[in-house]
Design a protein around this ligand. Structure first.
Ligand SMILES: NC(=O)c1ccc[n+]([C@@H]2O[C@H](COP(=O)([O-])OP(=O)(O)OC[C@H]3O[C@@H](n4cnc5c(N)ncnc54)[C@H](OP(=O)(O)O)[C@@H]3O)[C@@H](O)[C@H]2O)c1
Length: 189
C-alpha cells in the first residue's frame, strides 16, 4: 500500500470540525495547507489529496476539486456523482493499493489524507502513515468532530516546532522522528 501523510488543524481539545464545517477562519493556515499539499519536487508530478465524502461536501463549491492536486473521495455510495477528474473510492485501503500500482502511481509524488474525523481514525493506525502536519489552534471551539489518538509509533519532532504565532502552533509528527522528514514546512501559521 502507498505511504501517505496526514495534514490537520486541531483546536485545544483535539477538535477538528463542527456542524459539518470548520468553526474557525484561519487564512494563513489555509495557505499553509495549500503550500504543503501542492508542493512537488518534480514539476511534472502532482500530489493526491484523499478525503471523506463529508469533507468533500464541506468544501465551498468554488474551491473543489482542490486545484493542482489529484482529488480522491471515499464513499460507500455507489451512485455518488463527482466532477470529471475526481476519483471515487469505496475504501481507504483500496485506494492506497491502487495508488501504489505503476498505473495508479504515474505522475504522482505524495499522498495526503486531509480529513475528516472518520477517515483520520482509520488512516492513523495504518503503518503507511508516515507523518502528520498538525496545526494546533490554542483555543477551544466546542467541536463535534475530533482527531483520533496518535499512536506511540508517531512522535512529535520538538526541535522543528516553529514558534507560536499566539493563535496557532505548527508541529510535525513523524514515524521515525527524523528532522530530514520535514518538507514543505511553510508558510508559518
Ligand atoms: N480541522 C481539519 O483539519 C479538518 C479537515 C477535514 C475535515 N474537517 C472537518 O471534519 C468534519 C467531517 O468529518 P467526518 O468524520 O464527519 O466525515 P469524513 O471523514 O469527512 O467523511 C465521512 C464519510 O466518508 C466516507 N468514508 C469514510 N471512511 C470510509 C471508509 N473507510 N469506507 C467507506 N466510506 C468511508 C463515508 O461516506 P458515505 O457516507 O458517503 O459512505 C462517510 O460517511 C467536518 O466538520 C469538516 O469540516 C476538519
Amino acid at each position: 500500500m502507498r505511504n501517505f501523510e496526514i495534514i490537520v488543524a486541531v483546536d485545544a481539545q483535539g477538535g477538528i470540525g463542527k456542524d459539518g464545517g470548520l468553526p474557525w477562519s484561519l487564512p494563513r493556515d489555509l495557505e499553509r495547507f495549500k503550500a504543503i499539499t501542492t508542493q512537488v519536487v518534480d514539476p511534472n508530478k502532482h500530489n493526491a489529496v484523499i478525503m471523506g465524502r463529508k469533507t468533500w461536501e464541506s468544501l465551498p463549491a468554488k474551491y473543489r476539486p482542490l486545484p493542482k492536486r489529484f482529488n480522491v473521495i471515499i464513499t460507500a455510495q455507489k451512485e455518488y456523482s463527482l466532477p470529471e477528474g475526481v476519483l471515487k473510492a469505496r475504501g481507504l485501503t483500496e485506494v492506497l493499493r491502487t495508488l501504489d500500482l505503476p498505473s495508479g502511481n504515474e505522475n504522482l509524488e505524495k499522498v495526503f489524507i486531509i480529513g475528516g474525523g472518520q477517515l483520520f481514525a482509520e488512516a492513523i493506525n495504518l503503518p503507511q502513515c508516515r507523518k502528520i502536519h498538525m496545526t494546533r489552534i490554542l483555543k477551544d471551539f466546542h467541536c463535534d468532530t475530533f482527531f483520533p489518538q496518535i499512536p506511540p509509533r508517531l512522535r512529535e519532532i520538538p526541535s522543528a516546532t516553529p514558534p507560536s504565532s499566539g493563535k496557532t502552533t505548527s508541529i510535525f509528527i513523524s514515524a521515525n522522528g527524523r528532522l530530514s522528514d520535514i518538507s514543505g514546512c511553510c508558510p508559518r501559521s
